[in-house]
Design a protein around this ligand. Structure first.
Ligand SMILES: Cc1ncc(C[n+]2csc(CCOP(=O)(O)OP(=O)(O)O)c2C)c(N)n1
Ligand SMILES: [Mg+2]
Length: 345
């Protein structure tokens, strides 16, 4: 059965903007345009895009240290998002949030927390606000599998279930195939639960586990979850499983693969140490391949890629042309003890 509400090209457009944005972020970091630690969402785009494509203006989104994809995938201006990462005055948060804390309130991003698990607490708070204001909006919290180790997340599941809150917990489990800490692999959730989904299930929360590179599967799960939340039926937990992008395995992101959409059908050209990931795990190539196989002209698919690349080129120019913040504004918008004259804004 085909889902008439699934607009693959619209979701693909969001994914392309996310991808080209973050490949640009890595290049800008390598060019020393910003400093400090950062994370990218590359490899998880199908999950975010398929959820975000179904949200309306009343819906709220809470996200994490891996927030760039969600922000630009929900049509927040990539120029202002990039300016934020580069610490410029035109950034969404005037350059004070940086890569880890981009939030765009006008577009439903209330606050972005890099505290692992923090987003779940923010999401239930947002959902509670929506409920008591009798809004039809839903709060969507995106977080990683590591969050399931945090007590706050467990408490958030409990409150969400007890109060039947309009919230969707989207757990982006990017640890498929991970070796785990015992074997020196990158971090995975360390929990005694054999399956992450059993944790929310024990609170009576509806759960769905889907392939996070499959936009159709994520779309269907989110559609059901949004319908339940809007009808007052309470929370849903969606676990979207992906294999980590090789460029995100080192501590600092590296351009381990560079997106070439034509590899979706020109598979003989796929080579190099990460050929398996490119062929089997890249959600962008999967989406392009599936659309081509369903009869979309390759030229139409490539035209979307060109458009997304141009949009990001404009964003880069905007961000690089933007001024640094005026030092006189350093304390504006900063929480401070009113009793301390040194830090009073
Ligand atoms: C409470 C807390 N503990 C530790 C960290 C350091 N830290 C940043 S990202 C990260 C791994 C998080 O894993 P996961 O939630 O699966 O997200 P992923 O990076 O895999 O997307 C850790 C431990 C943190 N930011 N907050
Ligand atoms: Mg993870």
């Amino acid at each position: 059965m085909t889902d008439s509400t699934l607009d693959r090209m619209a979701i693909f457009d969001r994914m392309l903007v996310m991808r080209h944005f973050e490949e640009a972020v890595i290049r800008l970091y390598n060019d020393k345009r910003f400093a400090g630690h950062y994370h990218v969402y590359i490899g998880q785009e199908a999950t975010g895009a398929a959820v975000l494509d179904q949200l309306g203006p009343d819906d709220l989104v809470l996200t994490t240290h891996r927030n760039h994809g969600h922000v630009v995938g929900r049509d927040s201006d990539p120029g202002r998002a990039l300016a934020e990462i580069l610490g410029r005055a035109t950034g969404f948060n005037h350059g004070k949030g940086g890569t880890l804390h981009i939030s765009d309130r006008a577009n439903g991003f209330l606050s972005t927390s890099a505290v692992v698990g923090g987003c779940a607490g923010l999401a239930i708070g947002a959902a509670h606000g929506l409920k008591i204001n009798k809004s039809k909006g839903v709060a969507v919290g995106f977080f990683g599998d590591g969050s399931l180790e945090e007590g706050l997340v467990i408490e958030s599941f409990n409150i969400a279930a007890l109060w039947k809150l309009p919230v969707i917990f989207v757990c982006e489990n990017n640890s498929a195939g991970a070796m785990g800490p015992q074997k020196g692999g990158y971090p995975t959730a360390i929990t005694a639960a054999a399956l992450l989904s059993r944790i929310p299930q024990s609170f009576g929360i509806e759960t769905q586990v889907v392939d996070g590179t499959d936009m159709a599967a994520v779309h269907a799960a989110a559609q059901t979850a949004l319908g339940r939340a809007r009808q007052g039926q309470g929370p849903t937990f969606i676990e979207a499983v992906t294999r980590r992008w090789p460029g995100s395995s080192p501590l600092w992101p590296e351009l381990a693969t560079v997106t070439d959409v034509e590899l979706a059908w020109d598979t003989a050209r796929i080579s190099g140490p990460h050929a398996d990931w490119i062929r089997d795990c890249d959600p962008i190539l999967r989406a392009a391949r599936e659309m081509a196989e369903a009869g979309r002209p390759r030229a139409a698919i490539m035209a979307r890629d060109t458009a997304a690349r141009q949009r990001i080129e404009q964003a880069i120019a905007f961000a690089l042309d933007s001024p640094m913040p005026d030092p006189a504004t350093a304390l504006a918008g900063v929480f401070a003890l009113a009793s301390n004259p040194e830090v009073r804004p």
